[in-house]
Design a protein around this ligand. Structure first.
Ligand code: DOR
Ligand code: ZN
Ligand code: ZN
Length: 438
Protein backbone atom coordinates (compact mmCIF):
# COMPACT_ATOMS: atom_id res chain seq x y z
CA UNK A 1 0.00 0.00 0.00
CA UNK A 2 1.26 3.47 -0.86
CA UNK A 3 -0.09 6.64 0.67
CA UNK A 4 0.77 9.84 -1.20
CA UNK A 5 0.08 12.63 1.26
CA UNK A 6 -0.88 16.17 0.42
CA UNK A 7 0.16 16.31 -3.22
CA UNK A 8 -1.51 18.50 -5.83
CA UNK A 9 -3.67 16.04 -7.77
CA UNK A 10 -4.18 16.85 -11.45
CA UNK A 11 -6.70 14.42 -12.86
CA UNK A 12 -8.47 15.42 -16.07
CA UNK A 13 -10.79 12.43 -15.75
CA UNK A 14 -12.41 13.38 -12.44
CA UNK A 15 -11.58 17.08 -12.68
CA UNK A 16 -9.71 16.95 -9.34
CA UNK A 17 -7.29 19.88 -9.27
CA UNK A 18 -6.18 20.48 -5.71
CA UNK A 19 -4.55 19.02 -2.61
CA UNK A 20 -5.55 15.42 -1.87
CA UNK A 21 -4.26 12.25 -0.30
CA UNK A 22 -4.07 9.30 -2.68
CA UNK A 23 -4.07 5.73 -1.49
CA UNK A 24 -2.75 3.06 -3.84
CA UNK A 25 -3.38 -0.61 -3.13
CA UNK A 26 -3.41 -3.82 -5.18
CA UNK A 27 -2.17 -1.94 -8.23
CA UNK A 28 -5.13 0.43 -8.23
CA UNK A 29 -5.98 3.93 -7.15
CA UNK A 30 -7.91 2.90 -4.09
CA UNK A 31 -9.01 6.20 -2.54
CA UNK A 32 -8.58 9.90 -3.22
CA UNK A 33 -9.65 12.13 -0.33
CA UNK A 34 -9.15 15.41 1.43
CA UNK A 35 -5.82 15.45 3.32
CA UNK A 36 -6.02 13.82 6.69
CA UNK A 37 -9.06 11.71 5.90
CA UNK A 38 -7.21 8.36 5.86
CA UNK A 39 -6.65 6.65 9.20
CA UNK A 40 -7.37 9.95 10.96
CA UNK A 41 -4.37 11.37 9.10
CA UNK A 42 -2.09 9.14 11.12
CA UNK A 43 0.34 6.97 9.17
CA UNK A 44 1.97 5.45 12.28
CA UNK A 45 1.36 1.78 12.75
CA UNK A 46 0.02 1.39 9.23
CA UNK A 47 2.90 -0.71 7.91
CA UNK A 48 3.53 -1.97 5.33
CA UNK A 49 2.00 1.24 4.06
CA UNK A 50 4.68 3.38 2.44
CA UNK A 51 4.02 7.05 3.03
CA UNK A 52 5.23 9.53 0.43
CA UNK A 53 5.22 13.24 1.15
CA UNK A 54 3.58 14.85 -1.86
CA UNK A 55 3.92 18.42 -0.57
CA UNK A 56 4.74 20.75 -3.44
CA UNK A 57 4.42 17.98 -6.04
CA UNK A 58 1.93 17.33 -8.80
CA UNK A 59 0.32 13.90 -8.63
CA UNK A 60 -0.71 13.04 -12.19
CA UNK A 61 -1.72 10.00 -14.21
CA UNK A 62 1.34 8.55 -15.95
CA UNK A 63 2.09 9.98 -19.38
CA UNK A 64 0.78 8.00 -22.35
CA UNK A 65 3.14 8.52 -25.29
CA UNK A 66 1.46 7.52 -28.53
CA UNK A 67 4.59 7.82 -30.64
CA UNK A 68 7.89 6.12 -29.81
CA UNK A 69 10.56 4.25 -31.79
CA UNK A 70 12.21 1.49 -29.78
CA UNK A 71 14.42 0.03 -32.60
CA UNK A 72 14.16 -3.50 -31.27
CA UNK A 73 14.51 -5.88 -33.08
CA UNK A 74 17.07 -4.96 -35.68
CA UNK A 75 18.69 -1.75 -34.47
CA UNK A 76 19.51 -2.59 -30.87
CA UNK A 77 22.59 -0.37 -31.01
CA UNK A 78 20.17 2.59 -31.16
CA UNK A 79 17.72 1.40 -28.47
CA UNK A 80 16.27 -1.79 -27.02
CA UNK A 81 12.91 -2.50 -25.47
CA UNK A 82 14.52 -2.26 -22.05
CA UNK A 83 16.59 0.91 -22.53
CA UNK A 84 13.65 2.64 -24.19
CA UNK A 85 11.21 1.56 -21.49
CA UNK A 86 13.60 2.74 -18.76
CA UNK A 87 13.97 6.09 -20.50
CA UNK A 88 10.17 6.22 -20.51
CA UNK A 89 9.94 5.46 -16.78
CA UNK A 90 12.44 8.22 -16.05
CA UNK A 91 10.45 10.66 -18.16
CA UNK A 92 7.17 9.81 -16.45
CA UNK A 93 5.82 7.81 -19.40
CA UNK A 94 3.93 4.78 -18.10
CA UNK A 95 2.45 3.64 -21.41
CA UNK A 96 4.02 3.96 -24.84
CA UNK A 97 3.21 2.87 -28.36
CA UNK A 98 6.19 1.44 -30.24
CA UNK A 99 6.19 2.17 -33.96
CA UNK A 100 6.66 -0.74 -36.38
CA UNK A 101 9.70 0.43 -38.38
CA UNK A 102 12.00 -2.16 -36.84
CA UNK A 103 13.88 -4.91 -38.67
CA UNK A 104 11.93 -6.99 -39.38
CA UNK A 105 8.98 -4.64 -39.54
CA UNK A 106 6.19 -5.35 -37.04
CA UNK A 107 3.72 -6.51 -39.66
CA UNK A 108 2.19 -9.81 -38.54
CA UNK A 109 0.07 -11.21 -35.69
CA UNK A 110 3.02 -13.43 -34.70
CA UNK A 111 5.34 -10.46 -34.33
CA UNK A 112 2.80 -8.50 -32.34
CA UNK A 113 2.42 -11.43 -29.98
CA UNK A 114 6.17 -12.05 -29.63
CA UNK A 115 6.89 -8.36 -29.02
CA UNK A 116 4.07 -8.06 -26.53
CA UNK A 117 5.22 -11.10 -24.57
CA UNK A 118 8.80 -9.83 -24.51
CA UNK A 119 7.73 -6.38 -23.34
CA UNK A 120 5.64 -7.87 -20.55
CA UNK A 121 8.73 -9.71 -19.32
CA UNK A 122 11.36 -7.04 -19.88
CA UNK A 123 9.82 -3.58 -19.58
CA UNK A 124 9.11 -1.55 -16.46
CA UNK A 125 6.30 0.36 -18.25
CA UNK A 126 3.41 -0.70 -20.48
CA UNK A 127 4.57 -1.06 -24.08
CA UNK A 128 1.96 -1.47 -26.82
CA UNK A 129 2.94 -2.30 -30.35
CA UNK A 130 1.80 -0.57 -33.50
CA UNK A 131 1.32 -2.78 -36.55
CA UNK A 132 2.44 -1.69 -40.01
CA UNK A 133 -0.20 -0.94 -42.65
CA UNK A 134 1.64 -2.79 -45.43
CA UNK A 135 3.94 -5.81 -45.35
CA UNK A 136 7.52 -4.69 -44.73
CA UNK A 137 6.24 -1.11 -44.97
CA UNK A 138 6.72 -1.50 -48.69
CA UNK A 139 3.44 0.10 -49.64
CA UNK A 140 2.17 -2.81 -51.70
CA UNK A 141 0.29 -5.41 -49.73
CA UNK A 142 -1.88 -4.88 -46.67
CA UNK A 143 -1.04 -6.56 -43.38
CA UNK A 144 -3.45 -8.77 -41.43
CA UNK A 145 -5.01 -5.94 -39.45
CA UNK A 146 -7.69 -8.08 -37.81
CA UNK A 147 -5.14 -10.76 -36.87
CA UNK A 148 -2.77 -8.21 -35.35
CA UNK A 149 -5.65 -6.73 -33.41
CA UNK A 150 -6.47 -10.15 -31.97
CA UNK A 151 -2.88 -10.36 -30.69
CA UNK A 152 -3.19 -7.08 -28.85
CA UNK A 153 -1.87 -4.54 -31.36
CA UNK A 154 -2.34 -0.92 -30.22
CA UNK A 155 -3.21 0.57 -33.63
CA UNK A 156 -1.79 0.67 -37.17
CA UNK A 157 0.69 3.06 -38.72
CA UNK A 158 3.21 3.19 -41.54
CA UNK A 159 5.22 5.75 -39.56
CA UNK A 160 8.46 6.82 -41.17
CA UNK A 161 6.61 7.17 -44.45
CA UNK A 162 3.13 7.43 -45.94
CA UNK A 163 1.34 4.75 -47.92
CA UNK A 164 1.44 6.57 -51.23
CA UNK A 165 -1.16 4.40 -52.99
CA UNK A 166 -4.40 6.11 -51.91
CA UNK A 167 -6.53 3.21 -53.15
CA UNK A 168 -4.61 0.77 -50.96
CA UNK A 169 -4.67 3.13 -48.00
CA UNK A 170 -8.40 3.53 -48.36
CA UNK A 171 -8.74 -0.23 -48.20
CA UNK A 172 -6.65 -0.28 -45.03
CA UNK A 173 -8.89 2.39 -43.55
CA UNK A 174 -12.01 0.42 -44.45
CA UNK A 175 -10.63 -2.57 -42.57
CA UNK A 176 -9.54 -0.35 -39.69
CA UNK A 177 -13.03 1.15 -39.49
CA UNK A 178 -14.63 -2.31 -39.47
CA UNK A 179 -12.18 -3.64 -36.86
CA UNK A 180 -12.35 -0.42 -34.81
CA UNK A 181 -8.61 0.06 -35.11
CA UNK A 182 -7.03 3.51 -34.86
CA UNK A 183 -4.94 4.67 -37.84
CA UNK A 184 -1.92 6.83 -37.00
CA UNK A 185 -0.75 8.76 -40.04
CA UNK A 186 2.73 10.04 -40.84
CA UNK A 187 1.93 12.60 -43.53
CA UNK A 188 4.66 13.02 -46.13
CA UNK A 189 4.38 12.99 -49.90
CA UNK A 190 7.15 10.61 -50.94
CA UNK A 191 7.41 12.02 -54.45
CA UNK A 192 7.80 15.60 -53.28
CA UNK A 193 10.78 14.79 -51.05
CA UNK A 194 12.85 13.07 -53.72
CA UNK A 195 16.15 14.91 -54.20
CA UNK A 196 15.74 17.04 -51.07
CA UNK A 197 17.17 17.04 -47.57
CA UNK A 198 14.69 16.88 -44.69
CA UNK A 199 14.96 20.46 -43.49
CA UNK A 200 12.29 23.11 -43.97
CA UNK A 201 12.54 25.11 -47.18
CA UNK A 202 13.63 28.34 -45.50
CA UNK A 203 16.20 31.08 -45.22
CA UNK A 204 18.14 28.87 -42.83
CA UNK A 205 18.16 25.93 -45.28
CA UNK A 206 19.50 28.27 -47.96
CA UNK A 207 22.24 29.51 -45.64
CA UNK A 208 23.18 25.91 -44.96
CA UNK A 209 23.17 25.17 -48.69
CA UNK A 210 20.42 22.57 -48.37
CA UNK A 211 17.47 22.06 -50.69
CA UNK A 212 14.62 21.54 -48.25
CA UNK A 213 11.00 20.42 -48.16
CA UNK A 214 7.94 22.68 -48.06
CA UNK A 215 4.91 22.52 -45.79
CA UNK A 216 2.88 21.09 -48.66
CA UNK A 217 4.85 17.83 -48.36
CA UNK A 218 2.93 17.28 -45.12
CA UNK A 219 -0.25 19.15 -45.96
CA UNK A 220 -1.26 17.34 -49.13
CA UNK A 221 -1.15 13.96 -47.39
CA UNK A 222 -2.87 15.31 -44.26
CA UNK A 223 -5.70 16.52 -46.49
CA UNK A 224 -5.85 13.20 -48.33
CA UNK A 225 -5.89 11.16 -45.15
CA UNK A 226 -8.61 13.29 -43.58
CA UNK A 227 -10.74 12.83 -46.70
CA UNK A 228 -10.14 9.08 -46.65
CA UNK A 229 -11.13 8.96 -42.98
CA UNK A 230 -14.25 10.89 -43.81
CA UNK A 231 -15.15 8.49 -46.59
CA UNK A 232 -14.36 5.28 -44.70
CA UNK A 233 -15.36 6.26 -41.16
CA UNK A 234 -11.92 5.18 -39.88
CA UNK A 235 -10.58 6.80 -36.75
CA UNK A 236 -7.56 8.83 -37.84
CA UNK A 237 -4.81 10.30 -35.72
CA UNK A 238 -2.33 12.65 -37.38
CA UNK A 239 1.21 12.12 -36.11
CA UNK A 240 3.64 14.97 -35.42
CA UNK A 241 1.68 17.87 -36.94
CA UNK A 242 4.18 20.57 -37.80
CA UNK A 243 2.47 23.03 -40.13
CA UNK A 244 -0.04 25.82 -39.65
CA UNK A 245 -2.28 24.38 -42.37
CA UNK A 246 -2.37 20.93 -40.80
CA UNK A 247 -3.82 22.59 -37.68
CA UNK A 248 -6.41 24.38 -39.81
CA UNK A 249 -7.33 21.14 -41.56
CA UNK A 250 -7.73 19.25 -38.30
CA UNK A 251 -9.94 22.03 -36.97
CA UNK A 252 -12.12 22.05 -40.08
CA UNK A 253 -12.32 18.26 -40.13
CA UNK A 254 -13.38 18.15 -36.48
CA UNK A 255 -16.01 20.83 -37.14
CA UNK A 256 -17.29 18.70 -40.00
CA UNK A 257 -17.59 15.68 -37.72
CA UNK A 258 -14.71 13.65 -39.15
CA UNK A 259 -13.20 11.28 -36.62
CA UNK A 260 -9.76 12.82 -36.47
CA UNK A 261 -7.32 13.64 -33.65
CA UNK A 262 -3.84 15.12 -33.78
CA UNK A 263 -0.57 15.24 -31.94
CA UNK A 264 2.34 17.65 -31.78
CA UNK A 265 5.86 17.02 -30.48
CA UNK A 266 7.78 19.39 -28.18
CA UNK A 267 10.47 20.20 -30.77
CA UNK A 268 7.84 21.39 -33.22
CA UNK A 269 6.20 23.81 -30.79
CA UNK A 270 9.50 25.07 -29.34
CA UNK A 271 12.03 25.34 -32.18
CA UNK A 272 12.05 26.79 -35.69
CA UNK A 273 14.44 26.25 -38.60
CA UNK A 274 16.14 29.44 -37.42
CA UNK A 275 17.33 27.56 -34.31
CA UNK A 276 19.43 25.13 -36.34
CA UNK A 277 22.88 26.20 -35.18
CA UNK A 278 24.84 24.86 -38.13
CA UNK A 279 25.39 21.52 -39.78
CA UNK A 280 24.16 19.69 -36.68
CA UNK A 281 21.95 16.66 -37.35
CA UNK A 282 20.63 16.70 -33.78
CA UNK A 283 18.25 19.24 -35.27
CA UNK A 284 17.23 16.93 -38.11
CA UNK A 285 13.92 15.14 -37.81
CA UNK A 286 10.95 14.33 -40.00
CA UNK A 287 8.86 16.43 -40.31
CA UNK A 288 11.48 19.17 -39.95
CA UNK A 289 11.52 22.24 -37.73
CA UNK A 290 9.30 24.81 -39.41
CA UNK A 291 8.82 28.59 -39.09
CA UNK A 292 7.50 30.97 -36.43
CA UNK A 293 3.97 31.09 -37.93
CA UNK A 294 3.80 27.31 -37.74
CA UNK A 295 4.94 27.27 -34.11
CA UNK A 296 2.31 29.86 -33.26
CA UNK A 297 -0.42 27.83 -34.96
CA UNK A 298 0.65 24.64 -33.16
CA UNK A 299 0.57 26.41 -29.79
CA UNK A 300 -2.80 27.89 -30.60
CA UNK A 301 -3.96 24.39 -31.58
CA UNK A 302 -2.77 23.02 -28.23
CA UNK A 303 -4.52 25.81 -26.39
CA UNK A 304 -7.85 25.37 -28.12
CA UNK A 305 -7.75 21.58 -28.09
CA UNK A 306 -7.66 21.25 -31.88
CA UNK A 307 -4.39 19.44 -31.15
CA UNK A 308 -5.35 16.73 -28.69
CA UNK A 309 -2.04 15.25 -27.67
CA UNK A 310 1.63 15.91 -27.00
CA UNK A 311 3.76 12.92 -27.98
CA UNK A 312 7.50 12.59 -28.43
CA UNK A 313 8.34 10.75 -31.68
CA UNK A 314 11.28 9.49 -29.62
CA UNK A 315 13.68 8.43 -32.39
CA UNK A 316 17.10 7.37 -31.10
CA UNK A 317 20.05 7.00 -33.47
CA UNK A 318 23.73 6.13 -33.00
CA UNK A 319 26.23 8.93 -32.34
CA UNK A 320 28.24 8.22 -35.50
CA UNK A 321 25.11 8.13 -37.63
CA UNK A 322 24.21 11.64 -36.51
CA UNK A 323 27.79 12.95 -36.75
CA UNK A 324 27.83 12.94 -40.56
CA UNK A 325 25.92 16.20 -40.97
CA UNK A 326 22.49 17.25 -42.11
CA UNK A 327 22.58 15.92 -45.63
CA UNK A 328 23.26 12.27 -44.81
CA UNK A 329 22.25 11.71 -41.19
CA UNK A 330 19.03 9.84 -40.42
CA UNK A 331 15.99 11.80 -39.18
CA UNK A 332 14.93 11.78 -35.56
CA UNK A 333 15.62 12.99 -32.05
CA UNK A 334 15.06 11.46 -28.61
CA UNK A 335 12.27 12.76 -26.40
CA UNK A 336 11.12 10.38 -23.68
CA UNK A 337 13.25 11.89 -20.92
CA UNK A 338 12.59 15.52 -21.79
CA UNK A 339 8.97 15.86 -22.97
CA UNK A 340 7.38 16.66 -19.61
CA UNK A 341 10.06 19.16 -18.60
CA UNK A 342 10.00 20.87 -22.00
CA UNK A 343 6.21 21.07 -22.00
CA UNK A 344 6.14 22.38 -18.43
CA UNK A 345 8.76 24.99 -19.25
CA UNK A 346 7.40 26.20 -22.56
CA UNK A 347 3.66 25.78 -22.06
CA UNK A 348 2.77 25.75 -18.36
CA UNK A 349 5.33 28.15 -16.93
CA UNK A 350 4.69 30.54 -19.80
CA UNK A 351 0.98 30.52 -19.04
CA UNK A 352 -0.10 28.90 -22.32
CA UNK A 353 -1.61 25.75 -20.80
CA UNK A 354 -2.81 25.21 -17.25
CA UNK A 355 -1.24 22.23 -15.44
CA UNK A 356 -4.57 20.43 -15.85
CA UNK A 357 -4.60 21.07 -19.61
CA UNK A 358 -1.08 19.66 -19.81
CA UNK A 359 -2.24 16.52 -17.98
CA UNK A 360 -5.09 16.27 -20.48
CA UNK A 361 -2.77 16.52 -23.51
CA UNK A 362 -0.07 14.18 -22.17
CA UNK A 363 -1.89 11.69 -19.97
CA UNK A 364 -5.63 11.52 -20.45
CA UNK A 365 -6.36 12.36 -24.11
CA UNK A 366 -3.82 9.86 -25.51
CA UNK A 367 -5.29 7.07 -23.36
CA UNK A 368 -8.76 7.93 -24.58
CA UNK A 369 -7.63 8.00 -28.21
CA UNK A 370 -5.96 4.63 -27.80
CA UNK A 371 -9.03 3.26 -26.07
CA UNK A 372 -7.19 2.07 -22.97
CA UNK A 373 -8.50 2.37 -19.43
CA UNK A 374 -5.55 4.42 -18.16
CA UNK A 375 -4.62 8.09 -17.93
CA UNK A 376 -6.93 8.59 -14.96
CA UNK A 377 -6.65 8.82 -11.18
CA UNK A 378 -10.28 7.94 -10.55
CA UNK A 379 -10.81 5.44 -7.74
CA UNK A 380 -10.59 1.90 -9.06
CA UNK A 381 -8.32 2.74 -12.01
CA UNK A 382 -4.86 1.22 -12.55
CA UNK A 383 -2.33 3.10 -10.47
CA UNK A 384 -0.06 4.49 -13.17
CA UNK A 385 0.92 7.60 -11.28
CA UNK A 386 3.71 10.15 -11.54
CA UNK A 387 4.97 12.70 -9.07
CA UNK A 388 6.32 15.87 -10.63
CA UNK A 389 8.16 18.73 -8.99
CA UNK A 390 6.82 21.66 -11.01
CA UNK A 391 9.35 24.20 -9.76
CA UNK A 392 12.55 22.21 -10.06
CA UNK A 393 15.14 23.84 -12.31
CA UNK A 394 17.53 21.54 -14.07
CA UNK A 395 19.61 21.37 -17.22
CA UNK A 396 19.08 18.75 -19.91
CA UNK A 397 22.34 16.84 -20.37
CA UNK A 398 22.53 14.11 -22.96
CA UNK A 399 25.16 12.27 -20.90
CA UNK A 400 22.48 11.74 -18.27
CA UNK A 401 20.02 10.02 -20.63
CA UNK A 402 19.31 6.38 -19.94
CA UNK A 403 18.17 6.04 -23.54
CA UNK A 404 20.93 4.81 -25.83
CA UNK A 405 20.10 7.77 -28.05
CA UNK A 406 21.87 11.00 -27.17
CA UNK A 407 20.52 12.86 -30.21
CA UNK A 408 18.70 15.83 -28.72
CA UNK A 409 18.61 19.45 -29.87
CA UNK A 410 17.84 20.37 -26.26
CA UNK A 411 21.18 19.30 -24.78
CA UNK A 412 22.22 22.11 -22.41
CA UNK A 413 18.74 23.67 -22.22
CA UNK A 414 17.54 24.94 -18.85
CA UNK A 415 14.12 23.61 -17.96
CA UNK A 416 11.72 23.78 -15.03
CA UNK A 417 9.71 20.74 -13.91
CA UNK A 418 10.98 17.25 -13.12
CA UNK A 419 9.55 13.79 -12.73
CA UNK A 420 10.55 12.57 -9.28
CA UNK A 421 8.66 9.28 -9.15
CA UNK A 422 6.95 6.92 -11.59
CA UNK A 423 4.54 4.22 -10.54
CA UNK A 424 3.18 1.52 -12.86
CA UNK A 425 0.25 -0.59 -11.69
CA UNK A 426 0.88 0.56 -8.16
CA UNK A 427 4.56 -0.36 -8.17
CA UNK A 428 7.28 2.28 -7.99
CA UNK A 429 9.50 1.66 -11.02
CA UNK A 430 11.58 4.84 -10.90
CA UNK A 431 12.46 7.21 -8.13
CA UNK A 432 14.78 10.15 -8.64
CA UNK A 433 16.59 9.50 -5.37
CA UNK A 434 16.94 5.73 -5.82
CA UNK A 435 16.99 5.24 -9.60
CA UNK A 436 15.27 2.27 -11.17
CA UNK A 437 13.49 -0.13 -8.91
CA UNK A 438 12.44 -2.56 -11.60
O1 DOR B 1 12.27 11.94 -37.41
C1 DOR B 1 11.76 10.85 -37.60
N1 DOR B 1 12.35 9.69 -37.21
N2 DOR B 1 10.59 10.79 -38.22
C2 DOR B 1 10.04 9.65 -38.58
O2 DOR B 1 9.00 9.68 -39.15
C3 DOR B 1 10.73 8.37 -38.35
C4 DOR B 1 11.65 8.47 -37.24
C5 DOR B 1 12.62 7.33 -37.17
O3 DOR B 1 12.21 6.18 -37.25
O4 DOR B 1 13.82 7.59 -37.00
ZN1 ZN C 1 6.65 9.91 -38.55
ZN1 ZN D 1 7.90 8.48 -35.72
Amino acid sequence: MIWIRGGHVLDPDTGRDGIYDVLVADGKVCRVQEPGAFFGGEPEGREPCRVIDGTGLYVMPGIVDLHVHLRDPGFEYKETLTTGARAAAKGGVTTLCAMPNTKPVTDSPEMIRAQRERAERECPVHVSFVGAVTLGQEGEELTDIAGMKREGMACISEDGKSVMDAKLYKKAMETAAREKVLVMAHCEDQNMVKGTVIVNESKRAEELGLSGVSNAVEDVIAARDILLAKETGARLHLCHCSTRDSVTMVRLAKEAGVSVTAEVCPHHFILTSGDIPGDDANFKMNPPLREQEDVEALIEGLKTGVIDVISTDHAPHGGEEKAVGFRDAPCGIVGLETSLALSMTELVHKGILTPMELAERMCHAPARILGIDRGSLAEGKCADVILVDPERDWVIRKEGFVSKGKNSPFDGKEVRGKVVMTMVDGEIVYEEKKGFLK
